[in-house]
Design a protein around this ligand. Sequence first.
Ligand code: SF4
Length: 165
Amino acid sequence: MSQLVTGTLVQSYTICSRQTWLMAHQIIPDQDHSYLEIGRLIDEKSYDWARKKVHLENVVLDLVRSEEGDLVVGEIKKSSRGLESARLQLAFYLYKLRKYGINAKGRLLFPEERRRIDIELDDKMIKEVEDTVNEIVNIITKPYPHSFKKIGFCKHCAYKEFCMS
Ligand code: SF4
């Protein structure tokens, strides 16, 4: 079942497990939601000089660059406010690549803040990724999501209308 886990689910897991379940079950949020739109614009307009999408099973890597012989996988993010979830999502991508025998480094890019954070997959991070994948499998194989409970992120969430109606 772990093959069902995507980078997007890993990121949502750090925010709200109800969101993780909804995403995994193809319940699509409002695509006009401004939060998604800003994310799309940043994704489309930033880093044109290096932009690539690479598909690896169910993983989509935003950007892959080679620096001094190293493979560097980049993830472009709207803001560093969600740093923890972005860090775990990128670690998940590095983990998937490692499974294929590809050792890559990670780089989180925050174009609006002109900031970048480098990430390496060490033993602690591998354990964190594996625990997270197991937890996500537990969540998404349940027949229903957990009931709605308002959290701080709800006001930014594309599922807001769905959950609060
Ligand atoms: S609106 Fe709130 S409870 Fe619903 S999925 Fe989003 S974050 Fe989770």
